[in-house]
Design a protein around this ligand. Structure first.
Ligand SMILES: NC(=O)c1ccc[n+]([C@@H]2O[C@H](COP(=O)([O-])OP(=O)(O)OC[C@H]3O[C@@H](n4cnc5c(N)ncnc54)[C@H](OP(=O)(O)O)[C@@H]3O)[C@@H](O)[C@H]2O)c1
Length: 326
């Protein structure tokens, strides 16, 4: 497992995602996944206030946080974990609305601390951006969280790079805490145009990738398994079979024909699985980049973590990307 020193903690270069914890994955299986990840050295856990809300009638904010919180309390492992959660997601019934007000931010943070059973969050993210938010009020509120010791560091998820820079310039000018991390959608696969989730999600672009490389910000990649695209292509007998079965989903971009075949040839070269290769694609970047791994069952997590120390070479990236940058 690759690690680095980050804010005085030894943090794994792979993070564990949690959207499926508790629902649709059972609580027992979620705990097995967390046990396994920790055994493999993963101590970077990612969750969010909104996770658990939408899977079933009666789902509620904080459900995944509660599954993770109960786990950490039961195992007595909170201090080993570098804990990420996120607040201020718009309500699902109205994605265009903003919850980036001091009151909503406070409500979400206090709820997260309660459900996670902790007195602080290591890295606290704003889950979404909103063009109409009051940036000074947001940065002041987040800074107050840091001063209170409830949050140790700040991140912005689904914010464009320019917006993070603008916020950090404001923070610097007013002696407030800046964002040190970003979280966006990014994987070895190319998303077909116009297929990113809702309009509030941000997919990494080549221009922003170049900016991040020079920025010193930590970049966390969500949906870094491309929902299992590469593993599913191998199981189906190749890209064409997956395409013929109509199972490309949002990855129906012509570039993926080549990317999948190139990835499968690298899997043969290194003797690793496609999921492990997708992890190495992010951890092998020449700046702090962390894939967040989701799974539907423990076996998938075992597979994804099965070659955590694999280091891809520049020629491997060239083979996958051809003329593309990401
Ligand atoms: N900041 C944000 O807005 C944001 C957004 C999304 C996610 N996230 C975070 O990122 C984490 C991961 O995101 P995600 O779940 O969207 O993406 P993902 O990791 O790309 O997708 C997870 C899915 O990929 C498939 N998969 C994973 N490993 C596999 C393997 N080894 N073999 C075969 N299939 C495999 C499974 O799909 P099947 O169920 O089809 O088998 C699994 O449910 C989340 O849990 C969450 O913590 C953050």
């Amino acid at each position: 497992m690759k690690y680095w020193e980050w804010q005085t903690k030894r943090v794994s270069r792979i993070a564990l995602g949690s959207t499926n914890f508790g629902e649709p994955m059972s609580v027992e299986e979620s705990w097995r996944v967390m046990d396994y990840a920790r055994e493999q050295g993963v101590n970077f856990f990612d969750t969010a206030r909104i996770y658990g809300y939408w899977y079933k009638e009666g789902g509620r904010n904080g459900y995944c946080e509660k599954v993770m919180g109960d786990y950490m309390t039961s195992r007595g492992c909170r201090n080993e974990i570098y804990l990420v959660t996120k607040g201020a997601h718009p309500p699902f019934e109205d994605r265009g609305a903003s919850r980036l007000t001091p009151q909503c931010l406070r409500e979400d943070l206090e709820g997260s601390l309660r459900d996670l059973g902790t007195d602080h969050i290591d890295l606290y993210f704003l889950h979404r951006d909103h063009p109409d938010m009051d940036l000074p009020a947001v940065m002041e509120t987040l800074h107050a969280f840091v001063k209170e010791g409830k949050v140790l560091a700040l991140g912005a998820s689904n914010w464009h790079y320019g917006r993070i820079r603008e916020a950090n310039e404001y923070a610097e000018k007013h002696a407030l805490t800046p964002f040190c991390a970003s979280q966006v959608e990014w994987s070895m696969a190319k998303l077909a145009d116009g297929t990113a989730g809702d309009k509030t999600q941000v997919v990494l672009t080549p221009e922003e990738y170049e900016a991040y490389r020079k920025s010193g910000l930590l970049l966390m990649a969500y949906t870094s398994q491309a929902h299992g695209l590469f593993s599913k292509a191998l199981a189906a007998g190749g890209y064409e079979s997956l395409a013929a079965a109509g199972k490309l989903g949002k990855y129906k971009d012509p570039a993926n024909r080549h990317r999948v075949e190139a990835a499968l040839s690298l899997c043969r070269k290194y003797g690793v699985s496609p999921a492990a290769l997708a992890v190495a694609y992010i951890t092998g970047q020449d700046f702090p980049a962390v894939p967040i791994l989701g799974c539907s069952r423990l076996e998938q997590m075992k597979d994804s973590l099965s070659a955590a120390d694999l280091v891809l070479q520049p020629e491997d990236y060239k083979l996958i990307l051809q003329e593309d940058i990401i």
